[in-house]
Design a protein around this ligand. Structure first.
Ligand code: SF4
Length: 382
């Protein structure tokens, strides 16, 4: 069976529309910090809002020019009714832009369900109590909308479905790490992104089919890198430049820390016999994610260095969208700290569509620099 995640992503509305046809409700979510398991347990299909890559025509009337392409694109799709099938919006308060978008939706369409979920930054008993209350209040609103009541059983079941998905994605990541170059980076990002727009049980079947097709080829030689930040889905759907630039330049991606990758809470929620499913979900939401501005930069540096050591990466490429405050705010401290730890990095400011020539030159120069440094280190036996 041939499994094409990019095609599944290209058909991103199909899955939700089919779910609606069978009588279900669909919730448009933004950010991995939204507890999708709760939405699923309450009988809704949670899908992440994704970019279309089309031109902004009406969004400019509502948003200032200096907001990220992602928010403009989502706004445009809400205004042109691409997302007209959604029964509501659930966004995590990860930045002021997305919070502002939710505010505009509430103001202009007071009849629509719009919920801002605010995850805490700290990880202490107070944060846990607060997060539990946030989750329960969300579940109550979903139940008022015609969803089923949140129970220990349906939440446990939802966590289990999500954990299966995480486990299967992890197997793909591990395969790539041990056989660099065997799976194109765009296929891995598409695997994660398509999981954001499909019912997880269906996606789990796709992942199982894909894993069966993987071959244990000889690892491809190249400069081993980690990708971090945001890779826009429209760049994958439209098959624009970045994955090809990396390939042409001789880079092999060995791991990622992308919002459309590991940062989509891909670590399994730990399940044990003593804690309630709600406690376990709270732990997962407060867990070791590298989402920007949620934790001190030192933690993120430690995690990137650990990933880099484990997968023998030679450098990190950060993809930072223009006007994305959470990513921009920490990037200079982050790259400085990585430099102090001899981990070279390149920051690419990306927008809705990449400017190919400039990116190609910068990637080529960076890869040449890190592979020379690596060879020099190897000659010295470092
Ligand atoms: S500013 Fe960044 S985090 Fe916020 S909506 Fe835009 S891309 Fe997402």
């Amino acid at each position: 069976m041939s499994v094409d995640f990019t095609e599944a992503l290209r058909e991103r509305h199909k899955w939700a529309l089919e779910y609606k046809k069978s009588g279900g409700q669909v919730m448009g979510c933004y950010s991995a910090l939204v507890p999708e398991e709760v939405v699923w347990a309450c009988g809704f299909l949670p899908i992440q809002l994704t970019m279309s890559g089309s031109k902004y025509i009406k969004a400019h009337e509502y948003l200032p020019p200096y907001v990220c392409d992602c928010s403009k694109d989502i706004m445009e799709q809400v205004l042109d009714e691409t997302y007209g099938y959604l029964d509501g919006f659930l966004v995590a308060h990860v930045c002021e832009t997305i919070r502002g978008l939710a505010g505009i939706w509430r103001l202009h369409w007071p009849e629509r369900f719009v919920h801002v979920f605010t995850p805490p930054v700290n990880n202490d008993p107070g944060a846990r109590r607060y997060l539990k209350a946030e989750i329960l209040s969300l579940a109550e609103r979903l139940s008022d909308m015609g969803g089923v009541k949140l129970t220990e059983d349906n939440l446990k079941e939802a966590i289990s479905v999500y954990n299966t998905n995480r486990q299967l994605v992890k197997e793909i990541y591990e395969h790539r790490a041990t056989h660099p170059g065997s799976i194109p980076p765009e296929q891995i990002v598409s695997a994660v992104l398509s999981s954001m727009v499909m019912p997880k049980p269906l996606h789990n079947d796709m992942l199982k089919g894909f894993l069966k097709t993987l071959e244990f080829e000889t690892p491809k030689m190249g400069t081993r890198i980690i990708l971090s930040g945001l890779m826009f889905e429209n760049d994958l759907i439209n098959q624009t430049s970045l994955p090809h630039i990396l390939e042409d330049a001789g880079a092999v991606v060995v791991w990622d820390d992308l919002a459309s990758g590991m940062r989509y809470r891909l670590l399994k929620t730990k399940i044990n016999k003593t804690d309630s499913p709600l406690d376990m979900l709270v732990e997962s939401l407060l867990g070791p994610q590298t989402a920007p501005t949620r934790r001190p930069v030192e933690h993120k540096v430690r995690e990137i260095l650990e990933m880099s050591r484990r997968h023998q990466a030679q450098g990190v490429i950060f993809l930072i969208p223009k006007y994305c405050d959470p990513l921009t705010l920490e990037i200079s401290e982050l790259t400085n700290m990585l430099k102090q730890n001899d981990c070279p990095s390149l920051v690419l400011e990306i927008s809705g569509s990449l400017s190919e020539g400039q990116i190609r030159t910068r990637v080529d120069a960076f890869l040449e620099m890190i592979s020379d440094a690596f060879d020099a280190g190897a000659d010295k036996g470092v």
